[in-house]
Design a protein around this ligand. Structure first.
Ligand code: 13P
Length: 253
Protein backbone atom coordinates (compact mmCIF):
# COMPACT_ATOMS: atom_id res chain seq x y z
CA UNK A 1 0.00 0.00 0.00
CA UNK A 2 1.45 3.36 -1.04
CA UNK A 3 1.38 6.29 1.38
CA UNK A 4 -0.64 9.32 0.42
CA UNK A 5 1.44 12.44 -0.25
CA UNK A 6 -0.01 15.94 -0.13
CA UNK A 7 2.52 18.47 -1.39
CA UNK A 8 2.02 22.22 -1.62
CA UNK A 9 3.51 24.18 -4.52
CA UNK A 10 3.58 27.79 -3.37
CA UNK A 11 4.74 29.14 -6.77
CA UNK A 12 5.66 32.87 -6.68
CA UNK A 13 3.85 33.62 -3.43
CA UNK A 14 4.59 34.39 0.19
CA UNK A 15 6.74 36.53 2.45
CA UNK A 16 8.77 35.72 5.55
CA UNK A 17 5.85 36.56 7.78
CA UNK A 18 3.09 34.94 5.71
CA UNK A 19 5.14 31.72 5.43
CA UNK A 20 5.73 31.60 9.19
CA UNK A 21 2.03 32.11 9.80
CA UNK A 22 1.02 29.50 7.21
CA UNK A 23 3.40 26.82 8.49
CA UNK A 24 2.54 27.45 12.12
CA UNK A 25 -1.15 27.15 11.23
CA UNK A 26 -0.55 23.83 9.47
CA UNK A 27 1.56 22.50 12.37
CA UNK A 28 -1.09 23.47 14.92
CA UNK A 29 -3.78 21.85 12.77
CA UNK A 30 -1.75 18.63 12.52
CA UNK A 31 -1.07 18.44 16.25
CA UNK A 32 -4.36 16.63 16.92
CA UNK A 33 -3.37 13.74 14.62
CA UNK A 34 -6.30 14.43 12.30
CA UNK A 35 -3.92 13.88 9.37
CA UNK A 36 -3.54 10.09 9.09
CA UNK A 37 -0.12 8.67 9.95
CA UNK A 38 0.30 7.24 6.45
CA UNK A 39 -0.25 10.66 4.87
CA UNK A 40 3.01 12.42 4.07
CA UNK A 41 2.90 16.22 3.95
CA UNK A 42 5.34 18.47 2.11
CA UNK A 43 5.67 22.07 0.94
CA UNK A 44 7.71 23.31 -2.01
CA UNK A 45 8.85 26.88 -1.51
CA UNK A 46 10.48 29.68 -3.53
CA UNK A 47 14.25 29.16 -3.28
CA UNK A 48 14.96 32.20 -1.15
CA UNK A 49 12.59 31.11 1.61
CA UNK A 50 13.95 27.57 1.93
CA UNK A 51 16.28 28.33 4.90
CA UNK A 52 13.33 30.02 6.65
CA UNK A 53 11.11 26.99 5.97
CA UNK A 54 13.88 24.67 7.17
CA UNK A 55 14.14 26.56 10.45
CA UNK A 56 10.40 26.36 11.09
CA UNK A 57 9.94 22.73 10.00
CA UNK A 58 13.06 21.23 11.57
CA UNK A 59 12.04 18.18 13.63
CA UNK A 60 8.40 18.26 12.43
CA UNK A 61 6.47 15.84 10.26
CA UNK A 62 6.30 18.23 7.30
CA UNK A 63 8.96 17.77 4.62
CA UNK A 64 9.96 20.49 2.21
CA UNK A 65 11.57 21.13 -1.12
CA UNK A 66 12.04 23.49 -4.04
CA UNK A 67 9.87 24.39 -7.01
CA UNK A 68 12.63 23.75 -9.53
CA UNK A 69 16.33 22.86 -9.66
CA UNK A 70 19.25 23.52 -11.98
CA UNK A 71 20.32 20.69 -14.22
CA UNK A 72 23.92 21.85 -13.59
CA UNK A 73 26.03 21.11 -10.52
CA UNK A 74 28.15 24.26 -10.44
CA UNK A 75 29.85 26.82 -12.65
CA UNK A 76 28.94 29.78 -14.82
CA UNK A 77 25.13 29.53 -14.68
CA UNK A 78 24.03 32.88 -13.26
CA UNK A 79 20.83 32.73 -11.25
CA UNK A 80 20.66 28.96 -10.96
CA UNK A 81 20.35 26.82 -7.79
CA UNK A 82 21.91 23.35 -7.77
CA UNK A 83 20.83 20.09 -6.19
CA UNK A 84 23.83 20.20 -3.85
CA UNK A 85 22.70 23.64 -2.60
CA UNK A 86 19.18 22.35 -1.99
CA UNK A 87 20.52 19.31 -0.13
CA UNK A 88 22.63 21.65 1.97
CA UNK A 89 19.37 23.11 3.30
CA UNK A 90 17.80 19.68 3.94
CA UNK A 91 15.39 19.76 1.01
CA UNK A 92 13.75 16.42 0.37
CA UNK A 93 11.85 17.22 -2.83
CA UNK A 94 12.35 19.25 -6.02
CA UNK A 95 9.52 19.82 -8.48
CA UNK A 96 10.63 19.30 -12.08
CA UNK A 97 8.75 19.91 -15.32
CA UNK A 98 5.88 21.93 -13.88
CA UNK A 99 3.68 23.10 -16.75
CA UNK A 100 4.47 26.73 -15.89
CA UNK A 101 8.18 25.98 -16.35
CA UNK A 102 7.41 24.21 -19.62
CA UNK A 103 4.99 26.75 -21.12
CA UNK A 104 6.19 30.09 -19.69
CA UNK A 105 9.94 29.42 -19.41
CA UNK A 106 10.28 27.10 -22.39
CA UNK A 107 11.66 24.06 -20.57
CA UNK A 108 11.69 21.09 -22.90
CA UNK A 109 11.21 17.39 -22.07
CA UNK A 110 14.99 17.00 -22.23
CA UNK A 111 15.52 19.87 -19.73
CA UNK A 112 13.04 18.23 -17.37
CA UNK A 113 14.84 14.91 -17.71
CA UNK A 114 18.18 16.57 -16.90
CA UNK A 115 16.64 18.24 -13.86
CA UNK A 116 15.15 14.91 -12.75
CA UNK A 117 18.64 13.40 -13.02
CA UNK A 118 20.21 16.29 -11.09
CA UNK A 119 17.71 15.90 -8.25
CA UNK A 120 18.37 12.16 -7.97
CA UNK A 121 22.11 12.67 -8.08
CA UNK A 122 21.89 14.89 -5.00
CA UNK A 123 19.54 12.64 -3.05
CA UNK A 124 16.42 14.74 -3.66
CA UNK A 125 13.11 13.21 -4.70
CA UNK A 126 12.03 14.79 -7.97
CA UNK A 127 8.30 15.47 -8.26
CA UNK A 128 7.92 15.04 -12.02
CA UNK A 129 4.95 16.95 -13.42
CA UNK A 130 3.27 15.70 -16.57
CA UNK A 131 0.01 16.71 -18.22
CA UNK A 132 -1.71 17.82 -21.37
CA UNK A 133 -2.94 21.20 -22.61
CA UNK A 134 -6.66 21.69 -23.20
CA UNK A 135 -6.24 21.44 -26.97
CA UNK A 136 -4.31 18.20 -26.57
CA UNK A 137 -7.16 16.72 -24.51
CA UNK A 138 -9.64 17.89 -27.12
CA UNK A 139 -7.57 16.20 -29.81
CA UNK A 140 -7.60 13.04 -27.65
CA UNK A 141 -3.82 12.88 -27.46
CA UNK A 142 -3.53 13.08 -23.66
CA UNK A 143 -1.86 9.65 -23.43
CA UNK A 144 0.55 10.46 -26.26
CA UNK A 145 1.65 13.66 -24.51
CA UNK A 146 2.01 12.08 -21.07
CA UNK A 147 3.86 9.08 -22.53
CA UNK A 148 6.30 11.41 -24.32
CA UNK A 149 6.95 13.35 -21.10
CA UNK A 150 7.60 10.11 -19.17
CA UNK A 151 9.75 8.63 -21.93
CA UNK A 152 12.17 11.56 -21.70
CA UNK A 153 12.99 10.45 -18.13
CA UNK A 154 12.95 6.72 -18.87
CA UNK A 155 15.30 7.12 -21.83
CA UNK A 156 17.81 9.21 -19.89
CA UNK A 157 17.69 7.55 -16.47
CA UNK A 158 16.00 4.17 -16.95
CA UNK A 159 12.58 3.17 -15.62
CA UNK A 160 14.03 2.23 -12.20
CA UNK A 161 14.83 5.92 -11.64
CA UNK A 162 11.11 6.67 -11.37
CA UNK A 163 11.06 4.74 -8.08
CA UNK A 164 13.26 7.48 -6.58
CA UNK A 165 10.74 10.16 -7.37
CA UNK A 166 7.08 11.05 -7.43
CA UNK A 167 4.92 11.66 -10.51
CA UNK A 168 2.30 14.41 -10.55
CA UNK A 169 -0.36 14.34 -13.25
CA UNK A 170 -1.45 17.92 -13.71
CA UNK A 171 -3.74 18.57 -16.68
CA UNK A 172 -2.78 22.11 -17.68
CA UNK A 173 -6.42 23.12 -18.21
CA UNK A 174 -7.17 22.28 -14.57
CA UNK A 175 -4.37 24.36 -13.02
CA UNK A 176 -5.59 27.48 -11.26
CA UNK A 177 -8.86 27.43 -13.22
CA UNK A 178 -11.24 25.79 -10.77
CA UNK A 179 -11.86 23.19 -13.52
CA UNK A 180 -10.76 20.08 -11.63
CA UNK A 181 -10.50 16.87 -13.64
CA UNK A 182 -13.26 14.53 -12.53
CA UNK A 183 -12.02 11.69 -10.31
CA UNK A 184 -12.60 9.29 -13.22
CA UNK A 185 -10.78 11.49 -15.76
CA UNK A 186 -7.81 11.71 -13.40
CA UNK A 187 -7.92 8.00 -12.50
CA UNK A 188 -7.89 7.07 -16.20
CA UNK A 189 -4.64 8.96 -16.81
CA UNK A 190 -3.10 7.72 -13.53
CA UNK A 191 -3.93 4.14 -14.51
CA UNK A 192 -2.40 4.74 -17.94
CA UNK A 193 0.81 6.06 -16.34
CA UNK A 194 1.02 3.10 -13.96
CA UNK A 195 0.37 0.55 -16.69
CA UNK A 196 2.96 2.14 -18.96
CA UNK A 197 5.54 1.86 -16.17
CA UNK A 198 4.34 -1.63 -15.27
CA UNK A 199 5.03 -2.86 -18.80
CA UNK A 200 8.70 -2.06 -18.12
CA UNK A 201 8.95 -2.79 -14.40
CA UNK A 202 6.07 -3.99 -12.18
CA UNK A 203 7.84 -3.25 -8.91
CA UNK A 204 8.47 0.38 -9.84
CA UNK A 205 4.86 0.76 -11.02
CA UNK A 206 3.51 -0.55 -7.71
CA UNK A 207 5.82 1.64 -5.66
CA UNK A 208 5.71 5.03 -7.35
CA UNK A 209 3.32 7.61 -5.92
CA UNK A 210 1.23 9.34 -8.60
CA UNK A 211 -0.29 12.62 -7.40
CA UNK A 212 -3.08 14.58 -9.05
CA UNK A 213 -2.76 18.36 -9.36
CA UNK A 214 -5.15 20.98 -10.70
CA UNK A 215 -7.71 22.88 -8.60
CA UNK A 216 -7.66 20.38 -5.73
CA UNK A 217 -9.48 21.71 -2.66
CA UNK A 218 -10.98 20.51 0.60
CA UNK A 219 -14.28 19.73 -1.12
CA UNK A 220 -12.97 17.50 -3.93
CA UNK A 221 -9.86 15.88 -2.38
CA UNK A 222 -11.72 12.97 -0.75
CA UNK A 223 -13.23 11.76 -4.01
CA UNK A 224 -9.99 12.19 -5.95
CA UNK A 225 -7.80 10.46 -3.35
CA UNK A 226 -10.28 7.56 -3.09
CA UNK A 227 -9.39 6.49 -6.65
CA UNK A 228 -7.11 3.43 -6.74
CA UNK A 229 -4.22 5.04 -8.65
CA UNK A 230 -4.36 8.51 -7.09
CA UNK A 231 -1.86 8.67 -4.23
CA UNK A 232 -2.36 12.26 -3.14
CA UNK A 233 -2.14 15.73 -4.61
CA UNK A 234 0.12 18.56 -5.70
CA UNK A 235 -1.66 21.65 -4.49
CA UNK A 236 -1.32 25.24 -5.72
CA UNK A 237 -3.80 27.88 -4.57
CA UNK A 238 -5.26 25.82 -1.72
CA UNK A 239 -1.76 25.31 -0.27
CA UNK A 240 -1.55 29.01 0.64
CA UNK A 241 -4.10 28.91 3.46
CA UNK A 242 -3.54 26.64 6.46
CA UNK A 243 -7.19 25.58 6.81
CA UNK A 244 -7.56 24.82 3.08
CA UNK A 245 -4.34 22.82 2.97
CA UNK A 246 -5.19 20.93 6.16
CA UNK A 247 -8.59 19.95 4.78
CA UNK A 248 -6.78 18.32 1.84
CA UNK A 249 -4.20 16.64 4.09
CA UNK A 250 -7.04 15.14 6.16
CA UNK A 251 -8.50 13.58 3.01
CA UNK A 252 -5.68 11.03 2.84
CA UNK A 253 -6.75 7.37 2.36
P1 13P B 1 -3.87 24.86 -8.40
O1 13P B 1 -4.09 23.92 -7.24
O2 13P B 1 -3.85 26.30 -7.99
O3 13P B 1 -4.79 24.57 -9.53
O4 13P B 1 -2.38 24.58 -8.95
C1 13P B 1 -1.97 23.27 -9.17
C2 13P B 1 -0.54 23.25 -9.42
O5 13P B 1 -0.05 23.80 -10.41
C3 13P B 1 0.33 22.56 -8.46
O6 13P B 1 1.61 22.38 -8.96
Amino acid sequence: MRNTLVAGNWKLNGSKSSIAELLKGILVGMADDSVKPNTEVAVCAPYIYIPHVQEILDGTRIKFGSESISEHDSGAFTGEISGAMLSDFACEYAIVGHSERRTIFGEKDSDTANKFAAARKHGLKPILCVGELLEEREKEITEVVVARQLDAIIELEGVEALADGVIAYEPVWAIGTGMTASPQQAQDVHAFIRSKISALNKTVAEKVQILYGGSVNGANADELFAMPDIDGGLIGGAALKAEDFLAICRAGK
